[in-house]
Ligand binder design. Structure first.
Ligand code: BES
Ligand code: MN
Ligand code: ZN
Length: 498
């Protein structure tokens, strides 16, 4: 899909379709009003006779309207003007896009970007429009033998800004929106890819292919021999039950002074989590192919950052492995020595994410990072706590938590901060090792984060538990691509403030 920005009034657009909004109950937006004036009240007459109430989700496509230069006008219900949230706005855009895609307009000029969305400026409305449009057209059909094809698909969307002087900001928003959407697509494709294809080696290859596109990105892959050499026994204890070799993927994006401390992103890359010897129950176990969505979001964010050529240094570290039961698999009660030297009693092999992350987090020390952010589908308990709307945020540095929270608010890719009080450390005591890998029934997402915090004492760190937000279940089953937009926005903000 191609996107561009333009200023100018709806009556002047020579295009396949002009898209304007109608509020509930039967109230025209400014652009709809202009078209109504031009057509001697044709639009308002349709609305009066009940063809469109203006409820969010409604659409009405009009053809060959007198006095206009466009082939069609699409009226889109926007709900009540007063409480237009960004969620509502994104639904409105999605509806318009899928209607256009199904009805033959290959190009359209959108006036929906004029809607007064709570807390969003014109640039954010453009960004949201692009993300919502790409989202609604996304399909994962690579593995279907027959694909649904649209005869005349929507190819180009022109987004409007109020004035010529808004064009420069609008163009920046388009560039950012497109780069982020591309990152989201990469993350979704990786997440949706089944575990028999998306193995640790596949993730490594996918990361490597990005270096062909971006010359200031390099990728190193550490294999099991190298991990053993380094002493990453916590990580290796998870892969020991798998026949797919584990990989640690290290991506290095450098686009500013090489001495500038990088931002480190660490993504959990468990390409299938069966639970290991502490085997999970069977129901919905297929969804554990999504246990690499942290890794996928990191690769997606790096893709977006490189596409935007942001002037910053970023290092991504992705421990990638399967978690399977086997004769050589780790058993409950086994004790391993992590890369940091801390010994860990593995009381439950299903708490594997923290075992691979702790070694990756210790590894980050060598980069002398400004901050380290890990992203992981870490706990079912986080889904219980926050559901699918917010990722859990944990941090040992409140300015970092604050920045991530702001990036979440402005992108709608939201987080909610949870505590890391020292009192929780009690739950991770082991009789036989320095730490246990589980902390009992209470506060499961907090004790998981507390475990990680033991390995992050030397730098500013935040942890995002994305177990609830990374994918949807049920009939809409599929990866969401979260939190690519949050991460990219956070990094854009760091560049802007430096
Ligand atoms: N990948 C899972 C977490 C998960 C579970 C994410 C369900 C999304 C939905 C993680 O490896 C895991 O199994 N965690 C355990 C931890 C427990 C054994 C302490 C969990 O949450 O049950
Ligand atoms: Mn697990
Ligand atoms: Zn897991």
């Amino acid at each position: 899909m191609e996107f561009s920005v333009k200023s100018g009034s709806p009556e002047k657009q020579r295009t396949a379709c002009v898209v304007v909004g109608v509020y509930e109950p039967r109230r025209l937006t400014p652009s709809a009003q202009r078209l109504d004036d031009l057509t001697d009240g044709y639009i308002s007459s349709l609305i009066r006779r009940g063809d469109l109430e203006g409820k969010a989700g409604q659409t009405l496509l009009l053809h060959n309207i007198n006095n206009t230069l466009c082939d069609r006008i699409l009226l889109v219900g926007c709900g009540r003007e007063r409480d237009l949230s960004f969620t509502q706005y994104r639904k409105i855009i999605s509806n318009a896009v899928s209607t256009l895609n199904d009805t033959g307009s290959m190009e359209a000029v959108f006036y929906l970007t004029e809607l007064p969305v709570k807390g969003c400026d014109s640039s954010q409305r453009i960004r949201h429009a692009i993300e919502a449009a790409q989202n609604s057209l996304y399909r994962f059909d690579q593995l279907k033998s027959k694909k649904d094809s649209t005869r005349r698909p929507l190819r180009k969307i022109v987004l409007t800004v109020p004035n010529r002087r808004d064009l420069a900001d609008g163009e920046r928003a388009v560039r950012e929106g497109m780069a982020i959407s591309q990152g989201i697509k990469v993350a979704k494709d990786l997440g949706n890819m089944p575990g028999n294809i998306c193995t640790p080696t596949y993730l490594a290859d996918r990361a490597k292919t990005l270096t062909r596109v971006y010359s200031n990105l390099s990728v190193d892959i550490l294999d099991e021999d190298q991990l053993e050499e380094l002493g990453m026994n916590a990580f290796l204890s998870v892969s020991s039950g798998s026949r797919q070799p584990a990989k640690m993927i290290v991506m290095n994006y450098q686009n500013t002074d090489s001495s500038a401390p990088p931002i480190c992103l660490v993504g959990k890359g468990v390409t299938f989590d069966s639970g290991g010897i502490s085997l999970k129950p069977g129901s919905a176990m297929d969804e554990m192919k999504y246990d690499m969505c942290g890794a996928a979001s990191v690769i997606g964010a790096v893709n977006a950052i490189a596409e935007l050529q942001l002037e910053i240094n970023v290092v991504a570290v992705i421990p990638a492995t399967e978690n399977l039961p086997d004769g050589l698999a780790t058993k409950p009660g086994d004790i391993v020595t992590s890369y940091s030297g801390t010994t860990i009693e593995i009381l439950n092999t299903d708490a594997e994410g923290r075992l691979i992350l702790c070694d990756a987090l210790s590894y980050c020390e060598r980069f002398n990072p400004s901050v380290v952010i890990d992203i992981a589908t870490l706990t079912g308990a986080c889904v219980v706590a926050l559901g699918k709307h917010a990722a859990g945020l944990f941090s040992n540095h409140s300015p970092l938590a604050h920045d991530l929270n702001n990036a979440g608010k402005s992108t709608g890719d939201r987080v909610w901060e949870m505590p890391l009080w020292e009192e929780y450390q009690e739950q991770l005591k082991s009789n036989f090792a320095d730490l246990a890998n589980i902390g009992g029934k209470e506060a499961g997402s907090v004790t998981a984060a507390t475990f990680l915090s033991a390995f992050c004492k030397k730098y500013h760190w935040a942890h995002l538990d994305i177990a609830g937000v990374a994918w949807e279940s049920g009939t809409k089953k599929g990866s969401t691509g979260r939190p690519v937009s949050l991460l990219t926005q956070y990094i854009i903000d760091q560049v802007d403030n430096s």
